[in-house]
Unconditional design. Structure first.
Length: 324
């Protein structure tokens, strides 16, 4: 009885010591006092919904823009690399989970030898070994948790790249719509100046206008034409930038007009803290913190001994033939 009690006491002491060292502790999000961080919220603020909760399909209703975003999500190189990083992290997590299982090895060898004209000697050997590391001190557990945090980081990074890609495509698209409107207005302005100059020339022939007024009008027309050329160049550059995101050769981009743009009637920003919590770069930073936390626990576990059960077995058959 006393022996059993002593075993229990020793086990309790070991458990408390390991817990105190923190090698089994799970990551907990640090508590931060956010009272008054963003000031007092207006009473009319909708705290039940947020712009960050909307999908990009719900926010962008333009059919042409949706096609461009879908194409970018399928063909963009950076996003495809981010997806592969997620698969790599998922494979690493699977390997960390399989570390709990025992490992086995099977060796099969055969030899054929002959000496001084004798018949060949055939030798066979078969060996098998197995080992199983017992995770008494949390080394494998912390490794698995670290790889899970790495997977979370990779998924958050993919979300960061995807969000930036969608935002860049949308920004370029709406920039094109804005430039198209400016080109249309500037083109009308140039035509108006041409009509005005023709009128001034007719008035000058009738003696009701002078050459200075006509020259000033000509200068304004040339200035408008120069602005028109600059706007058309900006359109081409923006289209080329958008085509690079879509993995297309430079070409004109099909699009609607600025007047056809339709956004949801009401967009609620929501609580600033919720917007911050929905940012994928914040998720990525927290996942990095998790990895560092579990890497520290794994390093502490390395100070403790490793307990491994191992065994091996073998069989050898040697057949000797006498000299003929």
């Amino acid at each position: 009885m006393e022996k059993n009690i002593s075993h229990i006491v020793v086990a309790a002491c070991m458990a408390s010591m390991l817990t105190g060292c923190g090698i089994y502790t799970k990551y907990r999000q640090p508590e931060t006092n956010t009272d008054g961080l963003f000031g007092a919220l207006p009473e009319e603020v909708d705290t039940t919904s947020s712009l960050a909760d909307l999908k990009w399909e719900e926010l962008f209703t333009d059919a042409s823009l949706r096609k461009l975003i879908t194409r970018a999500l399928e063909a963009n190189t950076d996003l495809n690399v981010a997806r592969l990083k997620v698969e790599e992290a998922r494979a690493s997590l699977s390997a960390a989970k399989q570390a709990y299982l025992p490992s086995a090895q099977l060796d099969l060898e055969g030899a054929l030898s002959s000496f001084d004209g004798s018949k060949p000697t055939k030798t066979y050997s078969l060996g098998a070994s197995a080992s199983w590391e017992l995770d008494f001190f949390g080394k494998l557990t912390n490794a698995k948790r670290r790889e899970r945090a790495a997977l979370e980081q990779s998924e958050a990074y993919r979300q960061v790249v995807q969000t930036q890609l969608i935002a860049t495509v949308a920004e370029s698209y709406y920039t094109l719509l804005m430039l198209d409107e400016q080109v249309a207005v500037t083109t009308e302005t140039v035509e108006s100046w041409k009509e005005y100059i023709r009128s001034l020339k007719a008035l000058m022939r009738a003696g009701q206008a002078d050459r200075v007024t006509v020259n000033q009008a000509e200068a304004s027309r040339l200035d408008a034409e120069a602005s028109l050329l600059d706007l058309k160049q900006q359109v081409t550059e923006t289209e080329n930038t958008l085509c690079a995101l879509l993995f297309w050769t430079p070409q004109p981009v099909a699009r609607g007009t600025l007047g056809e743009v339709d956004f949801p009637e009401s967009l609620s920003v929501g609580v600033p803290l919720n917007l911050l919590a929905n940012r994928p770069d914040v998720w990525q930073a927290e996942a990095v913190l998790k990895q560092a936390f579990y890497a520290t626990n794994q390093a502490r576990s390395s100070f403790y001994p490793s307990v491994t059960l191992s065994g091996s077995a073998g069989w050898t058959n040697s057949v000797l033939h006498p000299k003929s």
